[in-house]
Design a protein around this ligand. Structure first.
Ligand code: TEU
Ligand code: CA
Length: 618
């Protein structure tokens, strides 16, 4: 259990590095920088450095880090007065802690009218399939009216259904069909930005006296912030010779949450959907909504480290908690609705300060630090080491606290498929798929299956850059060519990390013998499907795998053994995280085999990526 300092004290350059690192935000920021650079935290926690004053380190590193670096970190650290409360007590029972979520990316889920685009009727048709799998709750990526510059994450009208997906009547039918099956449905709330085609932005652009002008960030001069989708984070509008901020695509214009009218309009819209019976929301890049006053220039060193200049000015902004509390109090709490925030870049302490149930902000968050190993970004071509996943998840299992609740996922619509990140050797894919499922359904937290996980889908074998349509990838490809990469090099880099891998239409139809190898590589794996069904059922059988205590039993290389226990019932989960056959964990008397992913006759050994689950009845 890490020591937590009392944050009330304002830190300064005279503070010791150890004190800085013991503060909640100091820990998260430094931990993130070290991870991004692939450096060990021992660099900071060793006696010599941790007793050093910040100003000494600032002097030593002035050349590399510059004057401003530590001032920025101090501003971030001192902006957070609170310290996370970490409970070891009783866990409040909630439906969303017992749920098994399934993320649907409607555009590529199931097409029923032959236009090659998934639609709401396609989801309705697959509800029995999902219920039979054991799924209890759905998260739909955006289905609102959109020009689809970022596939629906650029919303033009929050009260209309995207025409490619169907009508509001289709949605109403979908929602009632989901509820008829005792399942729940959450939508994607994208309110850090709107489409530039939204009437608010159109009005603001046409008339500087528009009531919507202050709904966005207009400026006579751009700052140096860069977009997540390459290039400057500012559009220039010739007519008025004015700039407007967009952290994402040029058609996704950032909303100014400091404007109380923006908050009021967002809250009104959220209530409109909740009054229709929607069970909650996943909240897109919700930690970005509060920007540092005056939109200060980004620190170039931090920008280079994090890959995006300016990020320190909005990823954990000064009014974030205030705004989250307001949305919860004026919308979610009125319907007892569920909220899960997408919070890229936040560390454990920041997440505790957002999800602690006493904080009355969000119920859960998606943090992403487990999706790449230290020193890697999504577009790096490397083999993902599951030993890092074990280190990451054990830290959260042991330190997140019982007043907070984890989300457990390996894939979503923004990342390549995890199986392919671990190895491209197809011989191991089925075993790895089952291993991931074993951990996802037996660790402590809510599992979020991404569509196709249960089929064992891997990355798609694109043969040309023309097949890649994602706005992020297209911007990055152009950037790589401008940096002097050849077309082949740029395409290869894209293949390592493009979001397109997980946005290919799911292979529902029978894969014909005559199909191409590429299509065959996407064939659903029945064995994996059965594994998901079995493990979801096991998790539902009793609440031990939901609310039970977590205890690490072994974390030797390529080994991950842990126990879940509740009211005397115990499960031991024994995982081989590598290719080599390894010694299995020898369970005590009274345990019986509840599940095994391989057919290894030698119970004293675990085959490549094999996992076993043992249970001891009361
Ligand atoms: O994603 C934001 C996000 O976390 C990623 O875009 C990440 O910040 C970026 O790839 C840098 O690594 C959300 C949605 O999930 C994504 O689909 C949208 O494109 C984005 O926000 C904008 O709405
Ligand atoms: Ca369609």
């Amino acid at each position: 259990m890490k020591e937590k300092s009392n944050q009330k004290v304002k830190l300064s350059l005279d503070s010791k590095i150890g004190t800085f690192y013991a503060s909640p935000i100091g820990h998260d920021t430094i931990f993130k920088v070290l991870m991004q650079l692939g450096l060990s935290e021992k660099l900071i926690t060793n006696k010599l450095v941790s007793n050093m004053k910040l100003k000494t380190l600032a002097r030593f590193t002035k050349k590399q880090l510059g004057e401003d670096f530590f001032q920025v970190l101090l501003r971030l650290v001192n902006s957070e007065e609170d310290v996370p409360f970490v409970s070891r007590g009783e866990i409040t029972q909630k439906w969303w802690k017992e749920a098994v979520f399934y993320q649907i990316y409607p555009r590529s889920f199931h097409d029923t009218n032959g236009d090659g685009i998934g639609d709401l009727r396609g989801i309705i048709e697959k509800l029995d399939y999902l219920q039979e799998l054991g799924v209890t709750a759905l998260w739909l990526s955006p289905i609102y009216d959109s020009p689809n510059d970022d596939n629906g994450y650029d919303i033009r009208d929050y009260h209309k259904i995207m025409k490619e997906f169907g009508t509001m009547e289709d949605f109403d039918e979908l929602l009632s069909e989901v509820h008829n099956r005792g399942m729940r449905l959450i939508m994607d709330l994208v309110v850090n930005h709107t489409s530039d085609e939204h009437e608010w932005f159109q009005s603001a652009l046409k008339d500087k006296n528009s009531p919507y002008r202050d709904y966005y960030f207009f400026s006579k001069e751009p700052n140096n912030w860069t977009s997540f989708f390459s290039g400057s984070a500012w559009n220039h509008y010739e007519e008025e010779d004015i700039y407007a901020l967009h952290l994402f695509s040029k058609k996704q214009m950032d909303l100014n949450w400091d404007n109380e009218k923006v908050r009021a309009d967002v809250i009104k819209m959220v209530n409109w959907w909740l009054s229709k019976g929607v069970d909650g929301f996943r909240m897109d890049v919700i930690n970005y909504i509060s920007k540092e006053a005056g939109l200060p220039m980004g620190n170039e060193v931090i920008g280079n480290m994090m890959g995006f200049t300016g990020i320190e000015n909005y990823y954990y902004g000064p009014n974030l908690h205030k705004y989250l509390r307001q949305v919860r109090a004026e919308a979610f709490d009125k319907y007892d609705a569920f909220s899960v925030g997408e919070t890229p870049g936040l560390g454990m302490n920041m997440c505790q300060l957002i999800t602690g149930e006493e904080r009355k902000e969000l119920d859960m968050v998606f943090s992403f630090d487990h999706l790449e190993t230290p020193g890697h970004v999504r577009f790096d071509d490397y083999e993902y080491d599951l030993n890092y996943y074990r280190e990451y998840i054990v830290d959260w299992m042991e330190n997140y606290g019982n007043n907070c609740w984890m989300s457990l996922f390996y894939n979503n619509h923004d990342n390549p498929r995890m199986i392919s990140k671990i190895t491209t050797d197809k011989a191991y894919h089925t075993a790895i798929a089952k291993l991931l499922a074993v951990m996802q359904f037996t660790l402590k937290g809510t599992p979020f299956i991404f569509q196709g996980d249960e089929m064992g889908l891997i990355n798609y074998e694109f043969s040309s850059v023309d097949e890649i349509t994602d706005v992020e990838a297209k911007g990055y490809y152009k950037e790589l060519l401008e940096k002097g990469k050849t077309k082949e090099e740029a395409f290869k880099t894209l293949l390592a990390g493009t979001r397109e891998h997980c946005r290919v239409l799911l292979p529902w139809e029978e894969i014909l013998e005559t199909a191409s190898d590429i299509v065959k590589s996407q064939a659903p794996d029945k064995e994996i499907h059965e594994t998901y069904k079995r493990l979801i059922a096991l998790r539902k059988e009793d609440k031990t795998l939901v609310y039970g205590d977590f205890m690490l039993l072994s974390n030797k290389k390529d080994r991950f053994v842990y126990k879940r226990s509740l009211d005397g019932r115990e499960y031991i989960v024994d995982c081989n995280l590598g290719k080599k056959v390894r010694k299995a964990y020898s369970v005590e008397k009274g345990f019986e085999l509840a599940y095994e992913s391989g057919k290894f006759e030698l119970k004293s050994k675990l085959n490549s990526y094999e996992a076993r689950i043992w249970v001891k009845q009361v």
